[in-house]
Design a protein around this ligand. Structure first.
Ligand code: OAD
Length: 261
């Protein structure tokens, strides 16, 4: 069990405004692969960043739509883990808590988090690439072989355009209102938690810099080293599903939920 520094715990307990930024690392313990994990099956010969671009969708829409349906099938079969649940508890433990995520899954919401700011969009909200009309996925888990498959994207009921995944692709801007809100709460926070992100993708990673420059107590939780190690107030090394529940329990004396091995 990681020994958490008393100063951190006091800072968190006394904080009026807390922001948490999460990345793919918080969904790993739910079985959702991260972006920088080696791809498997049909996607093995692709780097995730090659598939997550407008150019890739134009070049091979069935490959890209298939990839995102494969990821959506994994997410629909997954359950929130102890990291998601601990972050959901912060909503009731901290006077003003804001959860900002780079994740396109809905595991934070399924764990009970509310008003999550999704910087990179959501798999659950695809839309027409022409008229932006939102598209509702059919009920159930997409029938997708484990190794993945090409899948023609559906057509928009309004204009017949191709439906695209509801995620932000490389080279695209973040949703403006959400990005503005994320920066604003980060500028004003007392404690900034940076959980399970490699902090390489901009502008999302710049939130940590904003928090550091604003003088917030900054705590990174990551299973591996990142570029932020030297600049955050505390870099706690360990799986988010272990460290976050421990942080909540040691800060607010809430018994840590059992960790399912
Ligand atoms: P990455 O895949 O870049 O990084 C995942 C991070 O999680 C790494 O730093 C791992 O060390 C860490 N990690 C892995 N397992 C963990 C665990 N059990 N507990 C804690 N940390 C763990 O994912 P992101 O940082 O989220 O953007 O990537 C950012 C963005 O890059 C994504 O949102 C996506 C991607 O391209 C877009 O698609 C626009």
């Amino acid at each position: 069990m990681t020994v958490l520094d008393g100063t951190l715990i006091r800072a968190l307990r006394d904080a009026a405004r807390v922001v948490a930024l999460t990345g793919a690392g918080v969904s790993v313990e739910s079985g959702v692969p991260t972006f920088r994990d080696k791809q498997t099956g049909l996607w093995e010969r692709f780097d995730a960043s090659e598939l997550a671009t407008p150019a890739a969708f134009i070049a091979d829409p069935a490959l890209v739509w298939g990839w995102y349906e494969w990821r959506r099938a994994i997410v629909l079969r997954a359950e929130p883990n102890a990291a998601h649940r601990a972050l959901a508890e912060l909503t009731d433990l901290v006077p003003q808590f804001t959860l900002v995520t780079q994740n396109v899954d809905d595991l934070h919401e399924r764990a009970g988090s509310r008003n999550v700011l999704h910087l990179h969009g959501e798999l659950a909200h695809p839309f027409c690439e022409i008229c932006q009309r939102s598209y509702t996925h059919p009920e159930g888990i997409p029938d997708m072989p484990a190794e993945g498959a090409r899948l023609e994207p559906p057509r928009c009921a309004g204009c017949g355009g191709r439906v695209r995944p509801g995620v932000v692709w490389f080279g695209e801007s973040l949703p403006e209102l959400i990005w503005t809100a994320a920066r604003e709460v980060t500028r004003q926070c007392d404690v900034f938690l940076c959980c399970g992100t490699s902090a390489v993708v901009q502008p999302a990673a710049s939130l940590a810099t904003i928090a550091i420059e604003a003088g917030a107590t900054t705590i990174q939780i990551n299973a591996h080293p990142t570029t932020l190690d030297g600049s955050v107030g505390a870099a706690i090394r360990g799986p988010a599903g272990v460290v976050l529940p421990q942080l909540v329990s040691e800060t607010w004396h809430v018994p840590a939920p059992a960790v399912h091995r």
